[in-house]
Design a protein around this ligand. Sequence first.
Ligand code: S3P
Length: 182
Amino acid sequence: MKRPTEEMNIYLIGFMGSGKSTIGRLLAEALAYQWVDLDEHIVTRNQMSVRGIFKKYGERFFRKEEATVLRNTMTLEKAVVSCGGGTPCFENNMNWINQHGISIFIDPTVEVLLNRLVKGQEKRPLLREKNLEELETFIQQKLEERRPVYEQAHIHYQQAQDDAPSVELIIKKMKAYHANSS
Ligand code: S3P
């Protein structure tokens, strides 16, 4: 696999609730990059919420849109892109990301994900109408299913507990990654 160069765009991947948007915003600010949220781009393109798109057109349509907005980020310079939780798992997107940018897998514990997702359940079509037990089982199973894809990322940022995300640590990991590749 060809290694990414330092000036490439940065793609944050990981499960729903892993903090891709929060970290994306902070990382972009720290690096003086622009911040892009793929879900937001899909919502703007379709003038409809993610939930609305799933309901009206189905998941397949959403995944096509997602692949399109992802590839559109190629024209951007100095961008931190927060992907959706499923983005790398469809349409050969993980390969595309790794060929066009630097990928970072944000990986908190299931416990942390569960705490966050209970609050954000309604707007996420894959999580709706699940009770607490069903939600926990879903997170465990889906995460295990997706993990092999997420683990293809260049950089792995594992969070042991619900600490505030450390952008400094992520930048350190990126520097170490690039130092090793030169
Ligand atoms: C999805 C994650 C969501 C959104 C959609 C599907 C997924 O993004 O793209 O609801 O398949 O994991 P977030 O990870 O930002 O919640």
